[in-house]
Design a protein. Sequence first.
Lengths: 141, 502
Amino acid sequence: MKKFVPIFSIVVGIYWIVMGFNYEFWVRKGPGGGFIPVLAGIMAVGLGILVYISSNKDKTPIKFSFKALLPVAGIVLLILVSYVTGLVIAIALYVFLWLKFMEKYKTSKSIIIGFCTATVIYGVFVAWLKVPLPTGLFELL
Amino acid sequence: MSSFTLLFHGIQAALGPQNLLAALLGAVMGMVVGAMPGIGSLAGVALLLPITFKMNPTTAIIMLAALYYADMYGGSFSAILLNIPGDSPAIMTAIDGYQLSRKGKSGKALFSSTISSFIGGTIGIVILTFLGPNLANWGLAFGPPELAWLILFALTSIGWILGEKPSIGLLATAIGMMFATVGVDKAVGHARFTFGMQNLLSGVAFIPLVIGMFGFSQVIDMVINKSNYSNEGIKKLSLKESMLNKEEIIAITPASIRTGFFGTFIGVLPGAGATMASFLGYIMEKRINKNKANIGKGALEGVAASESANNGASIGAFAPLLSLGIPGSGTTAVLLGGLMMWGLRPGPLLFSENPEFCWGLIGSMYIGNLICLIIAIACVPLLMRVIRVPSSVMIPIISVICIVGTYSVNNSMFDVYLMLAMGLFGYIMNNSKIPAAPLLLAFVLTPMLEQYIRQSFDMSNGSLNVFVSSKISIVLIILIVTFSVVPIILKKIKKPADTIAA
């Protein structure tokens, strides 16, 4: 995993350099749209190579754990559910389900924490700050 | 009339019940808004502005100004407790503050940030009182070439300082610069690196990036390494034990005073803002503080440096605003709109034509800063309870804060997806020991760098001489070379010396 970032920066850096020249590096007497992208790309490629080489010397293994995708998947599901129930209810459900099934909390405790979290979110963001959080199908009512 | 007399009248006006209440309301709202990721001072000021329509201008500006500098106090709370900076100036606070929290010293970190915020704010207010118009003129000495060098100094220094090796910190800087170029190039009007996505036309939003890389990556780490976040091994300090002892106060005071002055002068520079002040103040202390070896690993001096600098800068931003009508940051730009709305014309004559307004505002800052200190200290016992919440409960709650905080910026789910992607990327960076702070700094500063470079070439008709024509530019170039090249040379000299000694 420690090679991911240097490889990412080398690949993206090369792309940034190529596209940067497409956006024009220099226009008349000043930098064009590609000036900073090209410079940043060159830095990224050069430093990416340096860091990649030094990562070879470090023999400490660092593996990517697929458990990292669990909270991501959970939130993607929350977003999908929010299209139906609205974000606030989806948040309450997400907190309840995570505590109940992932953290093995009691049902009653999970419900209380989920409800309180959603209430605070509603109170602060919707009622006070007037942030128009998605309401899902309730929008049709 | 002398400044003291005018200030005395200003403080008298600020102590009026209506103005006092306005300062209190602004301070409380500012701290709440600052603590909430995704809602910065700009949103807070914009929210309160309509309420001020019916107020007299002095009361209105007192409330809005109190919100602005109280936001700096509040931004440190979520940075220290949750590793989610409430606003960009608190990014550097999160580095040391959160590590202190993990060691069970959240109370000490909170007290340190509060006291140093007060010191920085006070220094800024005193400087504004006696040097306000002169300060603004100093800010004018920094043109586009000088500001470009200042930004380069910040970018190279922070990349050098954070990370096990300079190449690692600078790699993060380069990635941040690349991310910053996504979106429509404002000078030319062409879209860059948007991959045909409409949502990327305005660029990668800052809040999803910072919440993802700091907050959500934290959640991922909590899920994978749950045992690291167990509160069992951490000694729970009582409120009394969490207060700073005499040695700790002595340790943070010099850092707070230095960065308070420094931050005030940086805040004066148009466009620089509290974010750059906190970064540069942190870099300065990392170089010169007695405890520099521990800054970045959970040192109170690191928290103090960042907080004092950003509070000093938030006050410093008022100097060009009032004296010249030039806003020093996005929030002061909204305040400028407010001033125009109330029929006031910022500029050199504002102090002479509307002394009760200007000195009432400056007087209220002394009182407002004190109110912020009292409220923040009173909140510390409550805030310390947050760190005692089990990580199993924090995981879904922080996730939810990340989602809603991100969504509230542009009311866009695309930002939430972006936040998730950045969170994964941030997690991989953390695991690879690549720091995120240089990436975020580069992301914030690169658009300004590009703008200043373009303006410099426009001024000079394409000549490079503009970058070396002023004394300020020469000084900054020397600083960049000194901070970048000298450590390498010293290291190379020291290596053979160590070999000979062995």
